[in-house]
Design a protein around this ligand. Structure first.
Ligand SMILES: [Zn+2]
Length: 470
């Protein structure tokens, strides 16, 4: 059975004498010149201490297994225990009939920091890598090429079945065909090639151990990584088994496409519902005012039940044959009436024009010496025409006390305009007027000291500054 021999850190005293002899020879110092030797040794020790203090060097042990160096450690007890465990693991392996000999030896060293193993697992991996162990196992061959080994035939069967299930989509299965020859043979397999189920599935999916991995950087997108590596983002999602396109810096991604080792061809029958989009039809209607649309008929999607035979190879669809189509409902057109009738001239445009031509502002809107001015005054010659500032309906035309003869027009949306101190009115209450239409003439009636137009704009009864609108 297996054995481990631990040769101790050996005889320090012996080593020291050897060193001393060596130094004596090198420096040509006779044994009687111990004074010099002492100084030399003090200097050497100081130098070593300085190196250690400087932080670049550490004291520890070099470990050899069967005379092969497998690493440096600072603590040998932990490694010793792990090598014991490894020996146990190797010898308990099913079917193992070989003697495992792991002769471990530890020699004290002073070495650079970075030469020391970060954790004891590294040492174990080095042991596994430097010593070949073969076991009685089951080898899985794909197209006569060794793929991996498994502890038992059952496990190999289960692995292949699990892989096949992964590539068998839902539906009424007609046939499942493994397109490669897959054989399981009992034979001696290298320890490191004996895998568990998940590792075996990875190999069957085409992921080797030496796949190139890319580390996601800040600001990377799947699309961008794809462009640089000549792979689509869909394939990146597939080979990395990503469920969303979200990637985070530091994440490792496979960036080389993989060819599955084994192809599973599945033919299945499926039924599904397919929706057909509806069209929208526009009907121009001269009885509707321009800018007005009216839905005549609401559109709805068509619905079909489809039965099809679908072929997939490793979940990629390669063929689809429609067996039957049942129409549940036809799509219904969306019909919209679009108005073309021009708006009446008397309709408000929403923008006001200056109600006179020529003249000048003789009094602005707002506070003034004689109280608050609710409009704007334009001074111009007697009898000049006054135009409607926008289309609307005359709501008042007549004597307005201090306003004299005046006109009020309602433009809708709460807007009203007022024109005061007229000499003569051209329209009556209730008349629909167009923007720019003559409605009255400049005068000086009511509370007025000379010919002018007092013009107001009101919104819901509040006075607005006409200078901001005309
Ligand atoms: Zn005024």
């Amino acid at each position: 059975m297996a054995e481990i021999e631990n040769t101790s850190s050996s005889d320090k005293h012996l080593r020291f004498s050897k060193t001393k002899d060596f130094l004596n020879k090198m420096l040509n110092i006779r044994k009687s010149d111990t004074q010099y030797l002492k100084y030399y040794m003090i200097a050497l020790c100081s130098f070593i201490i300085i190196l250690i203090i400087a932080g670049n060097f550490k004291i520890g042990y070099a470990i050899s297994i069967n005379n092969v160096n497998v690493g440096f450690v600072t603590e040998k007890n932990e490694t010793y225990a792990m090598i014991e465990d490894l020996k146990k693991e190797l010898s308990e392996y099913q079917g193992n009939k070989e003697n495992i000999i792991l002769n471990a030896s530890y020699s004290p060293v002073i070495a650079l920091n970075h030469n020391f193993s970060k954790n004891p697992d590294e040492i174990i991996n080095n042991v596994k890598a430097s010593v070949d162990f073969y076991y009685d196992a089951y080898a899985v061959y794909v197209d006569n090429t060794f793929a991996f080994g498994m502890e038992s035939k059952n496990l190999a069967d289960e692995t292949i079945q699990a892989f096949t299930d992964m590539y068998t989509p839902e539906g009424e299965i007609i046939s499942i065909e493994v397109q490669n020859s897959v054989e399981i043979k009992p034979e001696k397999v290298l320890y490191t090639r004996i895998l568990n189920k998940d590792e075996g599935i990875k190999i069957l999916k085409g992921y080797g151990n030496n796949d190139e991995l890319y580390t996601v950087q800040e600001g990377d997108t799947l699309w961008g990584i794809g462009i640089h590596n000549d792979i689509t983002s869909d394939d990146l999602m597939l080979i990395n088994e990503l469920e969303t396109e979200t990637i985070v810096p530091g994440q490792k991604l496979r960036i080389t496409n993989v060819e599955p080792l084994v192809n599973i061809k599945v033919i299945r029958n499926i039924t599904y519902t397919e929706y057909q989009p509806y069209e929208t039809e526009y009907i121009y209607d001269s009885s509707l005012t321009k800018g007005t649309n009216k839905v005549v008929q609401n559109g709805s999607k068509g619905e079909k039940n489809i039965n099809a035979t679908v072929t997939t190879i490793n979940n990629h669809e390669t063929d689809r044959e429609i067996i039957s189509e049942t129409i549940v409902s036809e799509p219904v057109k969306n019909i919209i009436k679009v108005g073309t009738k021009p708006k009446p001239k008397t309709a408000a445009t929403g923008r006001f024009m200056r109600p006179i031509s020529g003249g000048y502002v003789s009094s602005a809107f707002g506070s003034r010496s004689r109280g608050y001015h609710t409009g704007i005054d334009y001074a111009l010659s007697y009898g000049s025409p006054i135009y409607a500032a926008d289309g609307g309906t005359v709501t008042s035309a007549g004597w307005g006390g201090g306003y004299g003869y005046m006109i009020k027009i309602n433009h809708g949306n709460g807007y009203e305009t007022l024109y005061a101190h007229c000499s003569k009115l051209a329209v009556k209450s209730g008349t629909k007027v167009a923007k720019g239409q003559v409605i009255a003439y400049v005068g000086s009636t009511g509370n007025s000291t000379g010919p002018h137009l007092h013009f107001e704009i009101r919104k819901n009864g509040s006075y607005l500054n006409p200078a901001k609108y005309v």
